[in-house]
Structure formats: structure tokens, C-alpha cells
Design a protein around this ligand. Sequence first.
Ligand code: 2NL
Length: 330
Amino acid sequence: MKDIENAIASCTSLVELEKLRVSLFGKKGHFAAQFEKLKKLEGDAKKEFAQNLNITKENFLELLNQKKSALDAVMIEAQMRKSSVDVTLFNQESSAGALHPVMDTMDKIIEYFVSMNFSIEEGPLVEDDFHNFEALNLPKYHPARDMQDTFYFKDSMLLRTHTSPVQIRTMLKQSAPIRMICPGAVFRRDFDITHTPMFHQVEGLVVDKTGKVSFANLKFILEDFLKYMFGDVKVRFRPSFFPFTEPSAEADISCIFCKGEGCRVCSHTGWLEVLGCGVVDSNVFKAVGYKDVSGYAFGLGVERFAMLLHQIPDLRSLFEGDLRLLEQFR
Ligand SMILES: CNC(=O)COc1cccc(Nc2cc(Cl)ccn2)c1
């Protein structure tokens, strides 16, 4: 009997234990043979043999069950260990997102003007003729209103072509002084390597009592802004024209690629045009009912800033969602 006890104790798998159980309790097993012997006995011998046989049988059944529970526990523990997740492991594969370069550039632009006490105003993308053109001194026949440049809806509503309407709406809502910027998406029927149907602008407007706001303020804030955005660059103002400002100017920075020597990017001029500005035309103030005020305004394209800051030659690549480009801006 000892050898059977040792055999049960030394079992290492449920399969082995099952074989052992069958060899003990199966039809041709150990106890089947013992019961055959029992049949040949008589009287007290038979009774004594039967008692011992049952005790032995109970003992072995108990031993087998204990061993089975023990092997079950080992198997469950092994399965638990295999399937458990060690939450303390460091995750190398963090695929955190990142801001799109255009939105990141827009945030930097906004940061500057907020630090200079400009408020941020927003307005509708779908505009009407008055807020987008008429109030900005763009008369009915002006080419900027043409279908080839502007997305119109049936009822002469349109997709705003700049963020100036927000400045008109703000002036209609509140009196001077005003010190605001309006960032946002704008839409034009244009599509090539430097133009996309939707792009982003930031416009600024400063209005105060006559005499308190001058072109000198405009030059200071824009030069300071451009140095903040592009680092150590020279800034120049060239006379220009916009229907909504008089006098008007365009601001250039010395080329950040060739440091002013002249290269393909700056068309060998050494200068890069980056924004337009000017003293607000009196007709604009008339349209919004402002009296005894003067002010300046400016407008810039955010994609153009992003392309210059990150040396991206083709604007369209900013809208393709190609991870090979976006991955570089993590
Ligand atoms: C990308 N933008 C450019 O090149 C030029 O944008 C400019 C230039 C000058 C002024 C403005 N905006 C403006 C707004 C009002 Cl309400 C009144 C007068 N002007 C925008």
C-alpha cells in the first residue's frame, strides 16, 4: 500500500493522477481485483477483509481528492500568473497626440497679443454682405466680391473671406476703446501650392479717441510681434493699399533662411512679406457709427507663418493629415 500512497503523492499532473485513479478504481483496477478475492472468502475472514478493503478504499479516495485539489490550485495559480497584467510596467508605446503646426502657430500668435492686453473675439463663419464687404469700404462692384474669390450661398450669404467681419460686429456691439484680435478660419475660392480654400487668419484692431492711436503704435507693436515670432529679424514697412485702411502698409521681415542675402524662398530679395496693416479708413468708422476715433488694424495668414517657421514649402501638405509630416510636430 505504501507504494500506491507514494505514487499519488509524487503525481505532478492531473493526467497522471487520473491514470492512477483508473488503475485503482477502474474495472480492471486494484480494487476490482480485491473484490474478486473477497468473493472467495467465507465467515469472519470475509468480514474482516471487507472492512479493511473499505477503509483502504476511503483512504485512497481521500488522498486522490487532496492531490487533485492541490494540482488544480497549482494550475489555477499558473494560469493567473500568465494572464495577469503588471500595471506597473512602463508603457514605451505612448502615442500621445500633438497640436497641428497651424494651431500651434496660431496659439503662439494669440499668446503674444494677449500678453499685450488684446482681447480675443470670435464670430460666425457664414457671413452677410454687409459685415464681410460693405462695412469694410468694399463697394458692390469691388473684384474681391467676385464669385471666383468668394463662396456664396443661394441667399447671398457667404463664407467669410477674412476675419474682419468680427471686428465690424465688435464695433457694432461696444464703444471705443477697442484692443482686440480675431483669429479663425476663412474661405476663398483658390487652390494652389500657397493657397487652400480654407485657411486661417489673425486680424487685429486698436481704436481709441482721436489722436490717441497712431501709425507709430502700429509700427511698434508689429515690429515687436514679428521679432517675438521670428527671432532676430529686421522689419520694414512698405507702402501698400487696402480698401479698409489709409494709409496702408505691408510688413516684411529679413529672410530667415538666407539672412537677407537673397535665396529662392525670398525670390532673391532678402525680404519676406508676412502681413498687411494700416490706419483704419474713415468709411469703416462711418459704417459702424463711430465718431471722433482713430485706429489701426492688421491682418496675417497663419499658414504662411507656420510654413516659414517650419520650412514647409507646400501649403497643401498641412491639410493632408499625412503622419509623416505630423509626426515631426510631436
Ligand atoms: C492676410 N491679411 C492681409 O494681408 C491684410 O489684412 C489686413 C490689412 C489691413 C487691415 C485689415 N483689417 C481691417 C479690419 C477692419 Cl475692421 C478695419 C480695417 N482693416 C486686414
